[in-house]
Design a protein around this ligand. Structure first.
Ligand SMILES: *Cc1c(COP(=O)(O)O)cnc(C)c1O
Length: 285
């Protein structure tokens, strides 16, 4: 079956555009944006790339229902709900923590796509990959293809690796924001150096996770200094950065992920981390 293109209306390859910024040019660096954020209105690029081969596998295995996991503001939950509706899968979203009424905008959107929402307390949620937890969910909701949190598994990594193949310029470094590590693991398989900016605080386990997902990737690293207090946390400095970037470039960066990456990247460039002549591609998702 075809899960790319027409059925969902995903526009790939995503555009690659140069960002002209004095702070970058001053160091002899060229910076391009890989606009994965533009490929679909409801399914951000990295989320689609991670779902693509998982949905094909679900179909092949004869499944008609997807079950997945995420926080109450998860872009992945939204993406699975949207993709499921458009591609004809029933969907179940297993949400971390307690149910709150009224639903926030993300969960209202997912429910509006027909997703069944269910909630796991934080302790059980931490054990969500254990067979006992999964089989209890299958007993409750029926046979289903289980997509891990963030879509991050071997098939998700394979989908993200295609991002590198789409880049048709000579690139030295590819950067992305890092949440579960799936996108970075995909990028880390290509020859350019891969650099992830962790959006969670003290998330050193991400290095092991990327190593596990991409055992042959030798040229990657994670910068852990730009989490701004932790996942979905921010500071006045980050808000000011987003506003300034929008004014300079007409692009409003998503503050949970992309603003932290871009802040980190521009800081590292300003510090002279990248030699003059380096070409960097930053993925916006
Ligand atoms: C999910 C997400 C990421 C992080 O991707 P991981 O593969 O989980 O590390 C980055 N940017 C945006 C906008 C996202 O929604």
């Amino acid at each position: 079956m075809s899960t790319s293109g027409p059925a969902l209306g995903v526009r790939l390859p995503s555009p690659l555009t140069e960002l002209y910024d004095d702070r970058v040019a001053a160091h002899g660096v060229r910076l391009f944006l890989k606009r994965d954020d533009l490929i679909h209105p409801d399914v951000p690029g990295n989320k689609w790339r991670k779902l693509k081969y998982n949905l094909a596998a679900a179909r092949e295995q004869g499944h008609t229902r997807l079950l997945t996991f995420g926080g109450a503001y998860s872009n992945h939950i939204r993406a699975v709900a949207a993709a499921g509706r458009q591609l004809g899968f029933a969907t179940v979203g297993v949400i971390r923590g307690e149910e709150h009424e009224p639903r926030n905008e993300s969960l209202a959107y997912a429910a509006g796509c027909g997703m069944t929402l269910t909630y796991l307390d934080r302790t059980t949620y931490r054990r969500k990959s254990e067979p006992a937890v999964v089989s209890a969910l299958v007993d409750e909701f029926g046979p289903c293809y289980v997509v891990p949190e963030g879509g991050t598994n071997a098939l998700g990594v394979r989908g993200c690796a295609e991002l590198v193949d789409e880049i048709d310029i000579d690139v030295d470094v590819i950067c992305c924001a890092t949440g579960t590590g799936g996108t970075l693991a995909g990028i880390a398989g290509g020859p350019p150096r891969a650099l992830g900016f962790a959006v969670l605080k003290g998330a050193r386990y991400l290095d092991d996770e990327v190593r596990r997902l991409q055992p042959f990737g030798a040229n990657w690293s994670i910068d852990h200094e730009f989490h701004f207090g932790g996942y979905a946390r921010k500071t006045a400095a980050l808000d000011a950065f987003v506003a300034d970037f929008a004014q300079r470039h007409g692009i409003t960066l998503d503050w949970v992920y992309e603003a932290k990456m871009m802040f980190g990247l521009l800081t590292r460039i300003a510090e002279g981390t990248f030699p003059s002549g380096t070409t960097v591609v930053a993925v916006l998702s």
